[in-house]
Write a protein that binds this ligand. Structure first.
Ligand code: WQD
Length: 343
């Protein structure tokens, strides 16, 4: 029986590559669109070594409308598009807003136009909990009003969802699901793929593992004077493989036409909040490595707490995050050690 084809934009990236593996495991045929601006073609070999399948790879700049339309036209038999491709560094987006708005909006608009042209009527969009800005109540449900995020990156995610809302209203036969990630960390159990470092990490987990392997001198803990249990900010860390599985389930929901409305939004989190100190203590326990860190001042734009209500994803996708914080950290550490020691 012919396999269902799924196009994964940004499929050489961190969450994209983990999703590609889960799609292949569920017998989908995968086509990766990626411009390799923040990823490596080496990831294809690692996917092959894990799954024995090499996805079709199209090196394409999705800011180029013509190139995007050509790429989509050559895979117009795809049943869905999962759109990860975007710039995603919060701090960089503050410094270079136009680069972020151009890349993240042109890519989405070109993909949607090409899908309309070639009649691929479903998309899964990679969004972020950052669209909630400074939440007013917890846990955060999908009904929580979105607010002006603190960064141009976050704003591209919020506006992209508004574009999808407008577009699906105009196209009753087109279906979209937006998945709002909380804090993805961890790596595939093989230890062969993970978050590829690209300069000095902004995010907590890669900074911790790079400090532990000696690449960074010490972790700066950005503030312990927040109104939380130990003064450090709380986040909902979720294993990237749990996140990947939710994408496969969402594709199946779209192609089986199980949606009640043609634009749905789901939080992807564990529903549990962990403080920065929780993560540090778990890292030291799991790895038996003493972490060198120093408490310093708050980072601009950080909010005290962000953790998800996960009832809607449980009810509609029948999905719950399964892996614990210790398992997330153990897998991150395994990947860091592999990446630093591979020849
Ligand atoms: C987590 C906590 C920091 C680094 C961002 C984006 C979000 C998504 C995930 C892309 C915070 C603290 C961090 C460090 C620290 N990105 N920290 N020292 O900011 O919750 O979310 O990344 O999709 O959209 O907003 O994640 O890992 O940067 O920070 O103390 O060196 O760790 O203050 O409390 P964040 P993070």
């Amino acid at each position: 029986m012919k396999k269902c084809k799924v196009i994964v934009t940004g499929g050489c990236g961190y969450i994209g590559s983990h999703t590609v593996i889960e799609l292949i495991d569920q017998n989908f045929e995968v086509v990766i669109f990626d411009d390799l601006s923040n990823s490596s073609e080496e990831t294809l070999e690692r996917i092959q070594s894990i799954t024995s399948v090499t996805p079709i790879f199209v090196n394409v700049d999705l800011k180029d409308a013509e190139a995007t339309d050509k790429a989509i036209s050559e895979h117009a038999d795809a049943v869905a598009v999962i759109h990860f491709a975007a710039h995603k560094a919060v701090g960089e987006s503050v410094q270079k807003p136009l680069m972020y708005y151009k890349n993240n909006f042109y890519s989405l608009l070109n993909i949607l136009s090409a899908q309309e042209q070639h009649k691929i009527n479903t998309i899964i969009f990679s969004s972020s909990a950052t669209v909630y800005g400074l939440p007013k109540s917890f846990p955060i449900t999908e009904e929580n009003e979105t607010q002006r995020p603190f960064s141009p990156y976050g704003n591209t995610k919020k506006v992209a969802e508004e574009i999808l809302d407008d577009y699906t209203k105009s196209q009753p036969d087109f279906s979209a699901i937006s998945l709002r990630y909380f804090n993805p960390i961890g790596a595939h159990e093989s230890g062969l793929i993970g978050e590829l470092p690209n300069g000095i990490p902004n995010n907590l987990m890669p900074y911790i593992t790079q400090t532990a392997v000696g690449i960074r001198e010490k972790l700066m803990v950005y503030g312990n004077d927040y109104p939380t249990k130990d003064g450090t900010p709380i986040r909902d860390y979720i294993h990237v493989v749990d996140l990947a599985k939710a994408h496969v389930i969402s594709v199946q929901r779209l192609i089986n036409k199980e949606q009640e409305k043609n634009f749905e939004i789901f939080n992807l989190g564990t529903g549990n909040g962990s403080s920065v100190m929780d993560v540090i203590n778990s890292f030291e326990k799991v790895t038996n490595v003493k972490l060198n860190y120093e408490i310093t001042t708050r980072r601009d734009g950080d909010v005290p707490e962000l953790y998800a209500a996960t009832d809607l994803a449980k009810e509609k996708l029948n999905w719950v995050a399964e892996k614990s914080l210790d398992e997330m950290i153990d897998s991150s550490w395994k990947w860091e050690q592999y990446f630093r020691n591979k020849k």
